[in-house]
Design a binder for this molecule. Structure first.
Ligand code: SAH
Length: 362
């Protein structure tokens, strides 16, 4: 079957949709109904050792072990932040590449921030993930397994993953098919059964991806990483956005939110002296006027080697007040997990061998 994902010499088990696993079982002379038992072990019991899948015959367990890799991610490090609200997981993939996920705990919420690619093509000026450019896409299984392995850890404390945000490494809409497949599996009743209302896909604004996503049967929340109120400044902060006019991106996200009736958030990383003045706040207010949305103001979280600064609290408050007056709802807080470098991509980048490549500066 074409759809099965190969990395190295074994198939990935996490990442197969029920129909795909049924197909594999039939092709291998096994009764198709076993897929339900396997799903139950993986997604409800979070058991990753074939030996422990007690209601499967030994012959099937052996066939599975010979054909599939499980798990596909190896946990390299876990780091807790001092406030114990964020935990960062660094994973090694089967080809040795590194990606990370962050667990954010807040009240009853357990939000997993997942990576969708190794590296990132967007190369945003303030972000660690894009420093090396895009290395490769993650498979649906690799995306899903970040959540599943964290779920297994949470279960030990009687907790479970409640929300997912695609705000880790990578541009999710640049890896469209695998991300949508991961969404189908994350929301599947036989798997984690997460509500699409609790999932947010964050994008720099891949117009054709947004247009496709609004027609999928699974409607998730959308976040647009805006970071500037006009095309000129934006293309400096988000080089990838040169491909698209801001106008077209805004049209696409507006249509997305009208069609899907899901939440629309604009992320705006505040960079001192670059996009944080009153003028930009006013322009942003004008740009988003009348939209039903929320702007998430994120003070820049320092990344090694980048010569950028976060604004003072007073100027963030002033920025916010201007948005307020324009009738635009906004939130802000200092980025969680600052002490463990939780801003996207920093941990993996630290562990990767440095490359002789110019960093993006403004
Ligand atoms: N490519 C997608 C998904 C990555 S998430 C996108 O750009 O939306 C990107 C988000 O990570 C940014 O919007 C920002 O909110 C956050 N981020 C990355 N680096 C950061 C930094 N150094 N400081 C603060 N926020 C950062």
């Amino acid at each position: 079957m074409q759809i099965l994902e190969f990395i190295g010499d074994a198939l990935e088990l996490v990442g197969l949709l029920p129909g795909e696993l049924k197909g594999w079982l039939e092709e291998n002379g096994e009764p198709a109904y076993r897929y339900k038992q396997i799903f139950d072990w993986l997604y409800k019991k979070t058991v990753f050792a074939f030996d422990e899948m007690a209601n499967l015959p030994k012959s099937l367990r052996e066939k599975l072990a010979a054909s599939f890799s499980l798990p596909s991610l190896t946990l390299m490090t876990i780091e807790d932040s001092a406030d114990e609200e964020t935990t960062k997981f660094l994973w090694k993939l089967r080809d040795g590449k590194l990606v990370e996920s962050v667990l954010i705990s807040s009240g009853d919420r357990r939000t997993v921030c997942v990576s969708s690619q190794v590296g990132c093509p967007a190369r945003c000026a303030f972000c660690a993930s894009g420093k090396e450019g895009l290395i490769r896409n993650l498979t649906a299984g690799e995306i899903h397994e970040q959540v599943l392995q964290i779920q297994a850890q949470l279960k030990k404390k009687g907790e479970h993953v409640s929300h997912i945000v695609f705000m880790g490494m990578g541009e999710p809409l640049d890896n469209y098919d695998q991300v949508v497949k991961a969404l189908r599996l994350l929301t599947h009743p036989l798997a984690l059964n997460l509500s699409p209302r609790r999932i947010t896909v964050s994008t720099v604004g891949v117009v054709e991806g947004i247009e496709k996503l609004m027609d999928e049967e699974i409607s998730v929340n959308l976040a647009l990483s805006l970071h500037a109120p006009n095309q000129n400044l934006r293309k400096k902060i988000v080089p990838y956005s040169r491909k698209y006019l801001l106008e077209d991106i805004l049209k696409a996200v507006d249509l997305y939110s009208k069609k899907t009736k899901r939440d629309l958030t604009y992320e705006y990383v505040l960079l001192k002296g670059i996009n944080d003045s009153r003028k930009e706040a006013q322009e942003l207010g004008e740009l988003l006027k009348g939209q039903h949305c929320c702007v998430n103001l994120i003070p820049y979280n320092p990344v090694d080697g980048l010569n950028l600064k976060r604004p003072e609290k007073e100027s963030i408050e002033a920025f916010r007040e201007i948005l307020d007056r324009a009738g635009i709802r906004s939130t802000w807080r200092y980025t969680k997990g600052k002490d463990i470098a939780a801003a996207c991509g920093q941990l993996a980048l630290k562990k990767m061998p440095p490359k002789e490549e110019a960093l993006i500066t403004l």
